[in-house]
Design a binder for this molecule. Structure first.
Ligand code: PLP
Length: 362
């Protein structure tokens, strides 16, 4: 007889990361996980290498120097920051600390898949609020949340759609939610956004004790392998997260590389600029082929394919994979007609655009 986990755990479908292999191809182009095509800051790599001399030592459990560096760069109080093994861990910890079986959790329809996992792990109910043009709708979220949602998750910009809502809308969302509802604003792609009406929710987290903002080192900082993220919130929430996290949840090389990365604003700017150009190029190319491309503020594009046989998203995916170009099918998000394509290096973007032109013309 096998031991039974808590009710609901076996209903969870394990998260499926973006594919990394294309059968029969030795050096495929991986555009399936929204990684930074420019690598990471050379200073971060140097710090990582130097840290390899100290692998026998436990890291600083409070990641104090990393929090101080983040605080310095973003103008935030380090005491209101907690670091995690990717922002993913922080989302999980919020669920662990704040959700009980039966609690209501709200996201927007195509919200990041981890929110579903977080809710299910705690036996909470996930409600997905309708979106408008693949964009979160504050009115729909407020309606779904009512007066008893425990957590509302908003990725801004969102993955896999790439869409964002303006700061005034995030504020309207917070103002419309009751005090007993926590608003988690996941800003994994914030550093890429180049829109005048966009702003981080750090200010809201200063004003409201029930706002949590999460950030990651996996995207613009190019440190996905090291698993590093952080959350900014009221002291009371930070205190809770510090109680439920592992005592040494962030490893020593990640701390050292993270300190160098967050300070290397030049690398961040170069990454953002490369992305801006790549996004514009890919939008123009794919749009020119008659494909519908959702306007993205992140480092990837959601591309919609026709339902016509021979031109579908899954056929396009197979066509690209056969040429060593790995993108992300998003059927698990309820988007079987679309593919998510990360902005890559210029030559890789050209390869994807070229292959899709061939696919669409065939
Ligand atoms: C919206 C969003 N949030 C959070 C994450 C998790 O990032 P990490 O755990 O690598 O920090 C991702 C990663 O793809 C994401 O797309």
């Amino acid at each position: 007889m096998s031991l039974e986990p808590r009710p609901g755990i076996l209903d969870i479908k394990p998260y499926k990361p973006g594919a990394a292999d294309a059968p029969g191809i030795t050096d495929p182009v991986k555009l399936s996980s929204n990684e930074n095509p420019m690598g990471c800051s050379p200073l971060a790599r140097k710090a990582f290498e130097a840290a390899s001399k100290n692998l026998n030592l436990y890291p600083d459990g409070g990641a104090s120097r990393l929090r101080a560096a983040i605080g310095e760069v973003y103008g935030l109080d380090p005491a209101r920051i907690v670091c995690g093994t990717g922002s993913d861990e922080l989302l999980q910890l919020l669920g662990r600390a704040y959700l009980s079986p039966g609690d209501k959790v709200v996201q927007s329809r195509y919200g990041f898949l981890v929110y579903r996992l977080v809710a299910m792990q705690s036996g909470a109910r996930l409600i997905s609020a309708d979106e408008t043009d693949y964009t979160a709708s504050v009115d729909a979220i407020l309606k779904a949340a009512g007066d008893d949602a425990r957590i509302v998750f908003l990725a801004n910009p969102n993955n896999p759609t790439g869409t964002y809502i303006p700061y005034t809308e995030v504020r309207r969302l917070r103002e419309g939610l009751p005090e007993n509802t926590m608003l988690v604003v996941d800003e994994a792609y914030a550093e890429y956004v180049d829109e005048p009406d966009y702003d981080t929710a750090f200010g809201l987290a200063n004003e409201y004790s029930n706002v949590v903002v999460t950030r990651t080192f996996s995207k613009i900082h190019g440190l996905a392998a090291l698993r590093l993220g952080w959350a900014y919130a009221d002291d009371s929430v930070i205190d809770v997260l510090n109680r439920v996290r592992g005592p040494f949840n962030v490893n020593l090389p990640a701390i050292e590389a993270g300190i160098a990365a967050v300070r290397d604003t030049g690398f961040q700017q170069r990454s953002a600029e490369h992305n801006r150009q790549g996004l514009a190029f890919m939008r123009q190319q794919l749009g020119g082929m008659g494909l519908e491309v959702t306007r993205s503020a992140g480092n990837f594009l959601l591309v919609h394919f026709p339902e016509t046989k021979g031109k579908t998203a899954s056929e396009a995916d197979a066509f690209l994979t056969a040429r060593g170009l790995i993108v992300r099918p998003v059927a698990a998000y309820g988007l079987p007609g679309a593919l998510r394509i990360t902005i890559g290096r210029d030559d890789d973007n050209r390869k994807v655009a070229g292959a899709l032109a061939e696919f669409m013309a065939a």
